[in-house]
Design a protein around this ligand. Structure first.
Ligand code: TMP
Length: 204
């Protein structure tokens, strides 16, 4: 029997986490695990509407403080409407980004807002994934990959390479501060090699 688990994927823009989340979901599903893949910002109709506000437009469209409020609002809706009902129903939830992205992007990179991020998280979200897989990739390669996608959701990629380098440092520090649930995976390898590691790490 598989236990319901909440697994998040994290990393800088273009690190390959969405591809890995997809592969892991398909793998679990093929093994007969009742699994759901979701993403942040988004994952519920309300949160997807907030996603469109956050990820399009000029870099100065929102301050880091406003972003913090919008990402937290989106997360609260996602948690209420999608994640908690799925976990309660016994599903495994694979989430492409969760609160660690707010800690690193708004808390340590866009702004120095970590205290406010932690306060809002405690009041409005109050839960962590059971396991967080941080895909660590060379920022130069990741940024080129992210921009090449031409997704129209490039507001954070548009902050540039120095921003992505700061994010990478932020994720590595974050992993050190949550050693019980965060694992850093070397993403500077082929998709297949990275996925092989993930299979070992998720059959706990
Ligand atoms: P993605 O779907 O390509 O990962 O894009 C989401 C973008 O939003 C990405 O640039 C990271 C950013 N983001 C934050 O800044 N804070 C957050 O809390 C989350 C979930 C995402």
């Amino acid at each position: 029997m598989h236990q319901a688990r909440f697994i998040s994927f994290e990393g800088i823009d273009g690190c390959g986490k969405s591809t890995q989340a997809h592969l892991l979901t398909n793998y679990f599903s093929a093994k007969g695990v009742d699994v759901m893949r979701t993403r942040e910002p988004g994952g519920s109709p309300g949160a997807e509407a907030i996603r469109a506000l956050l990820l399009t437009g000029a870099t100065d469209k929102w301050s880091a403080e406003t972003e913090l409020l919008l990402f937290t609002a989106a997360r609260r809706d996602h948690l209420e409407k999608t994640i908690e009902p799925a976990l309660m129903a016994g599903q495994t939830v694979i989430c492409d980004r969760f609160a660690d992205s707010t800690r690193v992007y708004q808390g340590a990179t866009r702004g120095d807002l970590r205290e406010k991020v932690d306060h809002l998280h405690k009041e409005m979200i109050g839960r962590e994934p059971d396991l967080t897989l941080i895909i660590d990739v060379n920022p130069k390669i990741a940024l080129a990959r992210g921009l090449a996608r031409n997704s129209g959701e490039d507001r954070f990629e548009d902050f540039g390479l120095v921003f992505q380098e700061k994010l990478r440092d932020g994720f590595l520090k974050l992993a050190e501060s949550f050693p019980d649930r965060c694992i850093v995976v070397n993403g500077n390898r082929t998709t297949e090699e990275v996925f092989k590691d993930l299979l070992t790490l998720t059959q706990l």
